[in-house]
Design a protein around this ligand. Structure first.
Ligand SMILES: Nc1ncnc2c1ncn2[C@@H]1O[C@H](COP(=O)(O)OP(=O)(O)O)[C@@H](O)[C@H]1O
Ligand SMILES: [Mg+2]
Length: 396
């Protein structure tokens, strides 16, 4: 029997549209001999939809029309099996739309990639591909991930984490850093809300912008002569391998959302629009010295393990060309286009990559099943709140 995969994309995130592209690209490349795939669209209101046209990219030109001919559903665990159930339920006839064995999250950004979707899947008991709840959450928080990485001896730039209600934010930043500095929302992606400040007035504008998108921001030294190198890792804590490295090419000081997804005007963009991360202009493989490539690949695997990642993650590095220093910039626990182009460049087809991701998910589910979650005890047999002991008396 084929493995029944729920392929999730969309969600309440600024990267909603990019996720639709990532999801439908994956759908088109999965091994249909092995997998029976249900594309599941998460709306911007976090509703789940399935249906005939949910897997067709053209249908997303008019989302309200698409939803009107699709079926809203929710996941329900019944006796250890996970079903897609019509929502709201019809009074007559069956509401069970299908059953799933495993999920493939192809979502980007807050409220989905950050452990939220993983938590939901975990709660209903559906195994899923990719990072678990904790590594997803850490991977989304630009400050916490630096703390974890520093602990593992991986080079990162020092940063300040600031909240929107901090009246002395500017003084703190100026006490720690020289200009230029870069201000980033704590937990977004795709360069949304990020800008470089060259002086105090610019810093006020940068903070204003970043706080439009998040309650917390991080600030770090801006590298003025920068080379960016990205490398993906596929596997889990038992086996993890690094992909070839790429050098993304942007048109501005920072790679903008447009550079990444709209292409068109940007320097090396191969083709405009609608292809997701795969359409970004890039040098692939990156023309860098072998020793540097080896160092990046080693650090990428080390970082993947340090965060406890699984599935595929893309890890982005920065080189300060003035000092020659290499820093890990950030994690993408569900990278745009699932970073398939990095594996393809190394000889692994997208189909093979997706199959491995599902296999890793099923391996993890098997390992988890062997852990005992119910510690046999009969403490509840004698508890009542009527007497003097109550709840306190139960715990010693
Ligand atoms: N410290 C820095 N100095 C200079 N440029 C930076 C720095 N940090 C990030 N950038 C630029 O900003 C872009 C987006 O920052 P990043 O931390 O990767 O956030 P996002 O999650 O939005 O991709 C990077 O790709 C890089 O071009
Ligand atoms: Mg980035």
């Amino acid at each position: 029997m084929k493995i029944r995969v729920g392929l999730f994309f969309g969600g309440r995130s600024v990267e909603h549209e990019v996720s639709v592209i990532t999801g439908l690209q994956a759908l088109a490349n999965m091994d249909t001999e092995r997998f029976d795939i249900t594309p599941i669209y998460i709306t911007k209101k976090s509703e789940l939809y399935v249906g005939e046209d949910i897997g067709k990219i053209e249908a997303y030109r008019d989302i309200p029309a698409l939803l009107s001919r699709s079926t809203r559903m929710t996941l329900v665990n019944e006796g250890g099996r996970v079903y897609m159930v019509r929502q709201p339920a019809k009074k007559f006839g069956s509401n069970i739309l299908g059953e799933l064995d495993v999920a493939l999250p192809a979502v980007h950004g807050t409220n989905v990639e950050d452990g939220t979707l993983q938590g939901y899947l975990n709660f209903v008991g559906l195994p899923y591909a990719g990072c678990d709840i904790l590594s997803s959450a850490v991977g989304m928080d630009k400050f916490v991930q630096k703390c974890v990485l520093k602990e593992s001896g991986i080079p990162v730039l020092d940063a300040l984490r600031l909240s929107a209600n901090d009246a002395s934010a500017i003084d703190k930043i100026e006490a720690k850093f020289e200009y230029p500095v870069i201000v980033k929302p704590l937990n977004l992606g795709s360069s949304v809300g990020i800008s470089v400040a060259h002086d105090r007035a610019g810093l006020e504008d940068s903070l204003e912008l970043a706080f439009e998108f998040a309650e917390h921001v991080i600030v770090e030294r801006a590298i003025t002569d920068l080379t960016e190198i990205n490398c993906a890792v596929l596997g889990d804590e038992y086996s993890a391998q690094a992909s070839v490295c790429e050098r993304p090419l942007g048109s501005d000081e920072i790679l903008s959302y447009e550079d990444k997804y709209v292409g068109g005007n940007s320097k090396g963009a191969k083709s405009g629009g609608s292809k997701g991360m795969a359409s970004l202009g890039r040098e692939l493989p990156a023309r860098i010295p072998d020793e540097l490539r080896d160092r990046i690949q080693t650090l990428a695997v080390q970082a993947f393990r340090a965060l406890g990642c699984s599935g595929v993650a893309r890890i982005d590095f920065m080189i300060d060309n003035e000092s020659g220093e290499l820093y890990l910039n950030e994690f993408n626990t569900i990278p745009g286009s699932l970073a398939f182009y990095l594996w393809e460049a190394g000889g692994m087809s997208y189909k093979e990559q997706l199959s491995r991701m599902i296999d890793l998910a099923l391996d993890r589910a098997r390992r988890e099943q062997s852990i005992n979650f119910s510690f046999d005890s009969n403490i509840l047999a004698n508890v009542s709140f009527g007497g003097s002991k109550g709840a306190k008396g139960a715990k010693r």
